[in-house]
Design a protein around this ligand. Structure first.
Ligand code: NDP
Length: 608
């Protein structure tokens, strides 16, 4: 960092860390709920209508088909980025006898489901969209829009002939280990029965939508949907906005997370009246999107994407490397580098100052953009920068300058209840025609819960039972009693960054190479040993970085278990490998080279 940058970041006069910290605590306390994660409703059972797929009939998976009864080498659960990378790497490794199953009607995962107006990736497309080099896709923008993501997922499917090996629009009912033939038996809602030697699960942490537990949701007589099931039949228009059926409609949007801040500007442009119900203000940075310089893109040397992905997490963690991505996200990484010494020691006081400075800048951004200063004051976030996922938008704050947009600041409380006609907060009923729930996903569910099916290993023990006392695994991917099973893209005992496909790109190669190796050797059962699990638990503990102090002062959210410190569950960050993605990738690569035989108990077709 040079001197002029330092000067620009000096805290304003009157900067008072102790006072700010106290303010953060007060704001956190308004938002704390005694029921933590339990405050949300799953979109199943009574609320299953919210889960209905508006896109199925126009998707490949929406077409009628006969039930599939098959024996395959590998069943790949999930057709999002994790599952697609898994399938491609299996294909490349020569383990081509696989089927992919996904509930969605097409490939794409979150990009299949999230089609709301304005949906766009927050992470640079050149590092976020996997397999760009392999497929030849050139993203049109630095931060590509949702339709382009979905198109790329379909292109991966076509390039690798995955559609012929996919059961789309298909919900898994149960997955059971069968001792008699050493295979996983998988049943689906379309009558399929698949017996698979190996099972990979990549169903993602953002696949289970949640509703707020607000009294009376079911009584609303108007239209309502979750942001991940956007219904253009109701709103008109498309991804680009122009929601022409809303011109005479009053709309309520609940939530101020990554989804809602992208949706709001389009509602502002189209609806008669918009009420945005805010519980906690977000930190919204500048986005600064731009078109792709295609000459630059095409001049990249083979292997560039992986290198750029690695470089992003290195920069984000404050390592002294050239910043290739060079955006608002990495700018913060470079700032925190100032608080990290050459031998990795973190200067906590300096880190706190950088954090306060950054948040002050965001608070200033709000005041500079939003004309109504009462609204601006309500939109200012009061918590540490790393408490919630930082967001990026150049349209969100200006949307509040439209006369038809009203911010209903619930001051940490949330909506009081829903009536037949609308929403009530603080004794005022806001009558609306449409409620949009931008209330997010159960990111705290273990990977195995996301699919919503029962997963049963040896001796009839479910994975939920097996992990009752906490997750036990080898590298977050394998676990005892669940032979031949690999979890990828999990949020626990592995490592993730805000660029989710990064670590999965390594895990997919890693698992594909293992499966191919086992298949070649005629392995019928490959199971992590107890000692291997213990070794990994020990290594996790050895390098553990304790986030509890910082997080205990954070506003609640999915990062810190909704602030419920007594739940006994580690927080999102505390469940990760302490050395982050780069350390984790090195561990699994070294392990694959030397320790497979030590850590995996193997039975071959000959019975050994
Ligand atoms: P989030 O979980 O981030 O946001 C949910 C919102 O709903 C929060 O503002 C929350 O308030 C609010 N809420 C929940 N319950 C209530 C209630 N009872 N009353 C009022 N408000 C309530 O969900 P998103 O869908 O926005 O994003 C989820 C994740 O998906 C992101 O973190 C990101 O990882 C990913 N994503 C990425 C995108 C991208 O890259 N562009 C786009 C969209 C999503 P509170 O803050 O108080 O909890």
């Amino acid at each position: 960092m040079n001197d002029s940058e330092n000067t620009a970041q000096l805290p304003p006069d009157g900067y008072d860390p102790a006072g700010l910290r106290e303010k953060y605590r007060q704001e956190r306390d308004k938002r704390l709920r005694p029921n933590g994660n339990e405050q949300y409703l799953d979109i199943s059972g009574e609320y299953a209508a919210f889960a209905a797929d508006p896109y199925l009939s126009s998707s490949p998976g929406g077409q009628p088909r006969a039930p599939r009864i098959a024996d395959v080498d590998t069943l790949v659960l999930g057709g999002g980025w994790a599952g697609l990378q898994m399938a491609v790497r299996l294909h490349e490794a020569g383990a081509t006898d696989f089927l992919i199953v996904d509930q969605a009607g097409d490939f794409g995962g979150v990009w299949y489901w999230n089609r709301y107006p304005g949906v766009r990736c927050d992470v640079e497309s050149y590092i976020y969209m996997p397999l760009l080099e392999e497929v030849g896709t050139v993203p049109t923008e630095k931060y590509a829009g949702g339709p382009e993501m979905l198109e790329h997922a379909r292109a991966i499917g076509q390039t690798y002939d995955l559609y012929s090996r996919a059961l789309l629009g298909t919900t898994v009912l149960d997955v059971t280990w069968s001792e008699s033939n050493s295979r996983w038996a998988v049943r689906t809602d379309r009558g399929d029965v698949i017996n698979a030697r190996y099972l990979t699960i990549g169903t993602g942490p953002l696949s289970r939508a949640k509703l707020p537990g607000i009294k009376g949701i079911e009584s609303f007589q108007g239209q309502a949907f979750h942001s991940s099931r956007w219904d253009y039949d109701i709103t008109g228009g498309d991804w680009s906005g122009k929601l022409d059926k809303l011109a005479d409609k009053r709309v309520a949007l609940i939530g101020t997370g990554a989804s809602s801040i992208q949706i709001l500007p389009h509602l502002a442009e189209s609806a008669q009246q918009v009420f945005l119900f805010q519980r906690t203000p977000s930190t919204v940075n500048a986005r600064n999107n731009c078109l792709t310089d295609t000459a630059w893109f095409r001049s990249q040397e083979p292997g560039w994407q992986r290198q750029r992905m690695d470089n992003f997490v290195q920069t984000m963690s404050g390592m002294p490397v050239d910043d290739l991505v060079d955006d608002e996200a990495t700018a913060m990484g470079k700032r925190i580098a100032d608080a990290i010494s050459a031998d990795g020691e973190v200067d906590l006081a300096r880190m706190a100052t950088i954090d306060f400075e950054k948040m002050n800048e965001i608070r200033q951004r709000v005041v500079d953009t939003v004309e109504n200063q009462d609204t601006a004051a309500s939109l200012q976030p009061w918590y540490g920068y790393f408490c919630k996922r930082p967001l990026f938008s150049d349209e969100y704050y200006p949307a509040f300058n439209n006369d038809n947009v009203t911010l209903v600041d619930t001051d940490g409380r949330g909506v009081d209840h829903v009536t037949e006609r609308g929403l009530v907060f603080d004794g005022v009923e806001y009558e609306v025609d449409l409620i949009i729930y931008g209330t997010g996903f159960d990111a705290n569910a273990y990977t195995y819960q996301a699919g919503g099916y029962e997963l049963t290993g040896r001796d009839g023990v479910s994975l939920a039972e097996h992990w009752q006392g906490g997750m036990r695994s080898l590298h977050g991917m394998m676990t005892t009693r669940f032979p031949n099973m690999f979890l990828i893209g999990g949020v626990e005992q592995a490592a993730i960054s805000i660029n989710l496909p990064h670590v999965t790109s390594y895990q997919a190669r890693h698992v594909a190479e293992l499966v191919a190796r086992f298949l070649r050797a005629g392995v019928t059962v490959a199971e992590a040993t107890l000692e291997a699990e213990q070794r990994w638990a020990h290594e996790m503990a050895r390098v553990h970085v304790d986030h509890s102090r910082y997080e205990s002062e954070c506003t609640p959210g999915y990062y810190n278990n909704e602030g419920s410190r007594d739940s006994g569950r580690p927080s999102f960050a505390d469940r990760q490998y302490g050395r982050g993605p780069i350390g984790y990738i090195a561990v699994i690569q070294d392990w694959a080279a030397t320790d497979v035989d030590r850590d995996i108990a193997i039975t071959t077709a000959g019975g050994q």
